[in-house]
Ligand binder design. Structure first.
Ligand code: SF4
Ligand code: SF4
Length: 349
C-alpha cells in the first residue's frame, strides 16, 4: 500500500446536524433540515463503486456531509466497505456521536488503521452545550484504537477572546494545539469566496497565526489567489456526490459521469486550465495532495499531523506514510501536447 493513486472527495448531501455553529455553510445558505437521513445505496453497490479496478488503485476517500457526516445511517458499513477495497478513509465529524464513533472503532485493526478522523473543534458550541469532556474523550478513544486524527478549529470572531482557553483545552487533552482552517463565506454576491470575519484578512492572519498551524500557514499563502496553472483535478482527483453519483473534477468543473453507472468505466479527465473558482479554497487538500504538481506546498501529512509533548503523533505510521506522498508519484504528468488537447476538448465535454 503506501501511496495514493487518486483523491476522492465524497459529498454526502445530508443537511442535518446536532450542532448549530454560527459560521456553518449550511446555516449561511439556510439549508438546515431536521430530517432523518436515508441510505442512498446498498453496501453491495458501494463495494462495486469503490473497487480499485474502477478507480485505478488505492485512493484517499474523504467522507463529508453538508451537516454531520456520522448521521448518515450505517456510516460504519460504508467505511468498512471502502476500507475492504484497499483505500484510506477520511471522516469529517464534529466528534459528538459517541455510539457512531464506537461502531467505527469496532472495525478490524488492520482496516481501522487506514481511517483518519478530521475532528472539527467547534469551541463555541462545545462551550454552550458543555460537551468538552465528551468531545475530547471521543478523540482519545480513536487514538487508543490506533486510528489517526486531527483536530481543526474553524476560526470565528466570537472565539477570539477564548484563544488561550481553546489552546489549553486541546493541549491538555490531545497533547498539542489544534490546527486552524479559514472560515469562508458562501453567500458573497461576487463569488469571491471571502474569509468569514469582520477583520481584514491581514488582521485575521495576525489573530489566528498564534496557533502555529501548518494548515493555516499554508492556506493563507494561496487564499484569494486565482489558480491559473494546469490542474489535474478530474483525473488525479474527483468530487463525487454519494447520493446522485455525479462526478465533477472538484468543487467546480463539468460533470464527468455517474459514479454508480457500472455499464461504462469512469472517464478521468483533467480540468486543465479551466478552473472557474475565484481561488482554491480547499487547496489544503487538493493542492497539498498534488493536483498541481509544481505548486509549492507542504504535503498533507504535514498539514494534518501534530507532534505531542510526550513525543506521540496524531497520525499513525500508516496514514503518515500515505499522506506524505504526492499524487504525481502514482500518476504520469501529461506532455505539453496532451495538455493542449485536454484544454481544447474540455469545451466539448
Ligand atoms: S458541526 Fe458542522 S455541520 Fe454542524 S452546524 Fe457545525 S459547522 Fe455546521
Ligand atoms: S485549482 Fe483547486 S479549485 Fe481549481 S480545479 Fe484545481 S483543485 Fe479545483
Amino acid at each position: 500500500m503506501g501511496k495514493i493513486k487518486r483523491y476522492l472527495d465524497c459529498h454526502i448531501p445530508i443537511t442535518t446536524c446536532n450542532l448549530k455553529c454560527s459560521y456553518c455553510y449550511i446555516a449561511q445558505l439556510d439549508q438546515f433540515q431536521n430530517v432523518k437521513p436515508k441510505v442512498f445505496h446498498t453496501l453491495d453497490v458501494e463495494k462495486k463503486a469503490f473497487s480499485q479496478e474502477r478507480l485505478g488503485g488505492p485512493c484517499l476517500v474523504n467522507l463529508c456531509a453538508g451537516g454531520e457526516t456520522l448521521l448518515y445511517p450505517d456510516i460504519a458499513g460504508l467505511v468498512r466497505v471502502i476500507l475492504e477495497n484497499g483505500h484510506y478513509v477520511m471522516i469529517v465529524t464534529n466528534g459528538l456521536l459517541t455510539h457512531k464513533i464506537e461502531e467505527l472503532l469496532e472495525i478490524d485493526y488492520e482496516l481501522r488503521k487506514r481511517i483518519f478522523f478530521k475532528f472539527s473543534y467547534h469551541y463555541v458550541e462545545l462551550k454552550r452545550l458543555n460537551l468538552f469532556e465528551q468531545y475530547f474523550e471521543n478523540i482519545n478513544k480513536v487514538r487508543r484504537a490506533g486510528a489517526s486524527f486531527t483536530c481543526e478549529l474553524t476560526p470565528c470572531d466570537e472565539e477570539i477572546e477564548y484563544i488561550d482557553d481553546i489552546k489549553k483545552r486541546c493541549m491538555d487533552n490531545l497533547g498539542a494545539w489544534p490546527h486552524v482552517t479559514i472560515a469562508r463565506s458562501d453567500i458573497d454576491p461576487d463569488h469571491r469566496i471571502p474569509h468569514l470575519s469582520n477583520l481584514s484578512f491581514e488582521d485575521y492572519i495576525n489573530t489566528w497565526k498564534v496557533f502555529d498551524s501548518n494548515l493555516f500557514n499554508e492556506k493563507i499563502k494561496f487564499f484569494y489567489e486565482k489558480r491559473t496553472e494546469f490542474c489535474y483535478a478530474g483525473d488525479w482527483s474527483l468530487f463525487v456526490d454519494l447520493e446522485t453519483g455525479s462526478i465533477t473534477p472538484c468543487n467546480c468543473g463539468k460533470r464527468l459521469g455517474d459514479f454508480y453507472d457500472f455499464s461504462k468505466p469512469i472517464k478521468f479527465r483533467a480540468i486543465g486550465n479551466h478552473c472557474s473558482l475565484a481561488h482554491c479554497f480547499n487547496g489544503h487538500s487538493w493542492l497539498s495532495l498534488g493536483d498541481i504538481p509544481e505548486f509549492d506546498i507542504k504535503n498533507y501529512a504535514e498539514l494534518r499531523n501534530r507532534k505531542c509533548a510526550d513525543g506521540t503523533e496524531w497520525l499513525n505510521p500508516t496514514i503518515k506514510e500515505a499522506f506524505s506522498s504526492k499524487l504525481v508519484e502514482q500518476n504520469e504528468e501529461y506532455s505539453e501536447l496532451k495538455k493542449k488537447i485536454t484544454n481544447f476538448c474540455y469545451r466539448f465535454y
